[in-house]
Design a protein around this ligand. Structure first.
Ligand code: NAD
Length: 306
């Protein structure tokens, strides 16, 4: 099998001073990429900052014979991170939005600060960094983007309402960037990782924590960012040496009126509820216009009933 490499590519990874991001940085650098190791170097809840986390990873990459530069900006000022890539390497080919923090509280206890900080780092940070990169990708007709979502966003998790909202927001962001970028060979996909890190040390049960190495996920992210990978607009879940694709599906539903003169009533909704929620033969749509087309055909059926 031909080795997949990143020679000549410039890869920016946010939050690459620890955990998953660090593992991505080490892998990309070992495969020939020039890497921008961004990390604010703060605490798990978004407090403080330090240059040490990013510096240590850059030093490790250099010791291994790779090329890397550190960046200490917060992703909220994402344009500065992309500038670091341009100033040092003259271009950017891949952006992995990975930086993250937690402010876990049960829903009624979430303060405005807990809400805002989480939306800022995950959602606004990915927006700022990606928007700057996207403009450059568009000009060069090439780019690969990763958004980092979470099972907490896709499926929900007690105590993580703020985080879940931001993480599912990233899926929406990714879906539309994938559509807008496709004609410029810009691909945007989401990774849903499960790995041992300081973010998960008190969430993942101790008996499996040590088995969930970030190194099992890094190759999945790297493949999604390779020029040979055609995947775009997808959500890939991965952990423990497993990966799978995940997407939203919608039932075929039920017509709630049989002709144009018919009214939709609460009782008709009740009567049809099992059909509305029957997920047999459920469908996936790749863009919102496909869902609209489905509604147009439903309307046609109602018209034909007149
Ligand atoms: P981690 O805490 O080990 O790494 C996150 C890094 O992001 C830290 O080094 C931190 O300093 C950095 N960071 C935080 N805020 C930043 C900011 N404003 N600007 C720049 N850097 C910043 O955690 P991890 O588990 O490796 O998480 C990486 C990503 O994966 C996060 O987005 C997290 O939400 C997501 N995630 C992780 C898991 C998991 O199982 N570990 C599951 C789902 C999602």
């Amino acid at each position: 099998m031909k080795e997949l490499r990143f020679d000549g590519r410039v890869v920016v990874i946010t939050g690459a001073g620890a955990g998953l991001g660090k593992t991505y940085a080490l892998l990309f650098a070992s495969k020939g990429a020039k890497v921008v190791v961004n990390d604010l170097g703060g605490g798990r809840h978004g407090e403080g900052k330090s240059s040490k986390a990013a510096d240590d990873v850059v030093a490790e990459i250099k010791r291994n014979g790779g090329i890397a530069v550190a960046d200490y900006n917060s992703v909220v000022e994402g344009e500065k991170i992309i500038k670091t890539a341009l100033d040092n390497f003259g271009r950017i080919d891949v952006l992995v939005n990975n930086a993250g923090i937690l402010r876990d509280k049960s829903f009624p206890r979430i303060s405005n600060l807990d809400w805002d900080l989480i939306q800022d780092v995950h959602l606004k940070g990915s927006f700022k960094t990606t928007q700057t990169a996207f403009t450059l990708f568009k000009k060069q007709g090439y780019g690969r983007i990763i958004m980092t979502t979470s099972t907490s966003g896709l499926y929900g998790n007690f105590g993580q309402a703020n985080y879940s909202a931001a993480k599912l927001g990233l899926v929406g962001l990714s879906n539309t960037i994938a559509i807008e970028g496709a004609k410029y060979n810009i691909h945007c996909n989401c990774i849903t990782p499960t790995a041992a890190s300081r973010l998960t040390e008190d969430i993942i049960p101790p008996d499996i924590f040590n088995e969930l190495k970030p190194e099992f996920i890094a190759p999945v992210v790297a493949y999604l960012c390779h020029e040979s990978c055609e995947e775009n607009g997808s959500i890939i879940e991965s952990g423990a040496g497993w990966a799978g694709k995940c997407h939203l599906i919608r039932s075929n539903g039920a017509l709630l009126r049989s002709n144009m003169a018919d009214a939709v009533t609460i009782e008709k909704v009740q009567e049809n509820w099992s059909k509305i929620t029957n997920m047999e033969n459920a469908q996936h749509f790749n863009k919102s216009s496909e869902a609209t087309m489905f509604l147009v055909s439903a309307l046609e059926s109602i018209r034909e009933g007149t």
